[in-house]
Design a protein around this ligand. Structure first.
Ligand code: NAP
Length: 149
């Protein structure tokens, strides 16, 4: 099993402002550059994202971003998955090792790990193989850090 973190960070190492805002990111699709996103998404079997990231993605509204790709939302409590989302979205929790072993058993070989705390938990359990980070040349001063959460 391979686990990859794919994120944009500010030059001073933040993935979002303290309140979760991403207003400092260039608008996705604003230029021809997709920062390798399409090819990367083609390479992953499933996404594992923290509840906070899931909530943020839902706040964007519009079309579900991940099509029928399996999305596992991690939360220690039952998490409300809107009926409008495909059946490929589910909520799981539990010990990291058990979670990953369960996903491996289901045939997932490459996971896209998303969310600050979630990535940190995977890292702390020695489960991350690769970080793909796009550094945005802005300083936001304070916010949610990529590391040390
Ligand atoms: N710049 C970028 O590329 C990028 C990428 C992704 C996200 N973001 C931003 O980062 C922010 C979210 O990051 P974050 O660090 O706050 O949180 P996060 O990792 O998205 O979510 C953290 C939550 O996930 C749940 N969780 C994680 N691991 C778990 C486990 N093993 N078992 C059970 N639950 C687990 C917990 O939810 P409960 O509290 O429910 O237990 C935890 O509070 C958002 O603003 C998002 O927009 C930015």
């Amino acid at each position: 099993m391979k686990c990859t973190v794919y994120m944009a960070i500010s030059l001073d190492g933040f993935i979002a402002r303290k309140n979760g805002d991403l207003d400092w990111l260039p608008a996705f699709g604003a230029n021809e550059e997709d920062y390798g996103y399409h090819n990367f998404m083609e390479s992953v079997d499933a996404l594992v994202m923290g509840r906070n990231t899931f909530t943020k993605v839902l706040s964007f509204g519009g079309k579900w971003l991940y099509g029928s790709k399996p999305v596992i939302v991690l939360s220690s409590q039952p998490c409300d998955i809107p009926d409008s989302l495909p059946d490929s979205v589910e909520n799981l929790h539990g010990d990291m090792g058990d979670l990953v072993a369960g996903l491996l058993q289901r045939g997932f070989e490459h996971l896209y790990v998303d969310g600050g705390k979630t990535a940190q938990m995977f890292l702390n359990n020695d489960l991350i193989d690769r970080y793909i980070l796009t550094v945005i040349p802005v300083l936001i001063g304070t916010g949610i850090s990529l590391l040390d959460q």
